[in-house]
Design a protein. Structure first.
Length: 112
């Protein structure tokens, strides 16, 4: 990729490698990301003599749906508690919620 500024990047790739492109957004997204990407694609045909012919530029939007996988669990119903030093305190009002719990070990230990 070549960063052209203002959120524009140029990627040059041989046509034979098109099926091998993997897009990884890295840290360019944030929590306010709308879930769509705008692409402008233009073919460049380089002849045997080195001359280049440009195809028509095409622009399109791609919607991206991200499925959370192996996200950290969330502790729910957590409340602040106080106790004098050396007194036992039973913490049983909270729960653990995990969006991908079916992928995890249901008997796993969580350490506070």
């Amino acid at each position: 990729f070549v960063d052209q500024g203002s959120g524009v990047f140029v990627l040059e790739i041989n046509a034979q490698d098109l099926d091998q492109i993997v897009f990884n957004s890295g840290d360019r997204n944030d929590n306010s990301w709308a879930g769509s990407l705008h692409f402008k694609v233009q073919a460049v045909d380089t002849g045997l003599d080195g001359s280049q012919s440009l195809g028509n530029a095409e622009e399109f939007d791609v919607s991206v749906d991200v499925t959370a996988v192996n996200d950290r669990p969330d502790f729910v119903n957590v409340v602040d508690v106080e106790t004098p030093e050396d007194n036992a305190l039973l913490l049983n009002s909270f729960g653990i919620s995990d969006v991908d719990a079916v992928l995890d070990n249901p008997n796993a230990e969580y350490v506070l």
